[in-house]
Design a protein around this ligand. Sequence first.
Ligand SMILES: [Mg+2]
Length: 123
Amino acid sequence: MSGTILIVDDQKGVRRLLEELFKREGWEVRGAGDGLEAIEKVEASIPDLILMDVKMPNMNGLEATHAIMARHPGIPIIMMTAYGEIEVVRQALEAGVKRCISKPFDIVTLRDMVHELMLEVAM
Ligand SMILES: [Mg+2]
């Protein structure tokens, strides 16, 4: 299985960690540091899946999700929320996000979530 994942997070360390993980899993990985950059990256080349942080400068993850979903409703998005942010989770799901995972997340859970969604996309 192959595919491209766009990792959107303002924390370089998080991007690097996830990039290493998913490259090792065989995916092609791209990164963006905020919502605006995420939109640019999606328009330049549509990814198969997006991992989206919520709190970011310039444009947050919810706003970016709305913008991306309006143009590309088929792209699965996993939102990385902070623990206990139930209202954000509700808004994210309403915006069309497929899954939410709270930070700090278990890397195996996230890996399995990505794999499962990628299989859905492939079918
Ligand atoms: Mg953040």
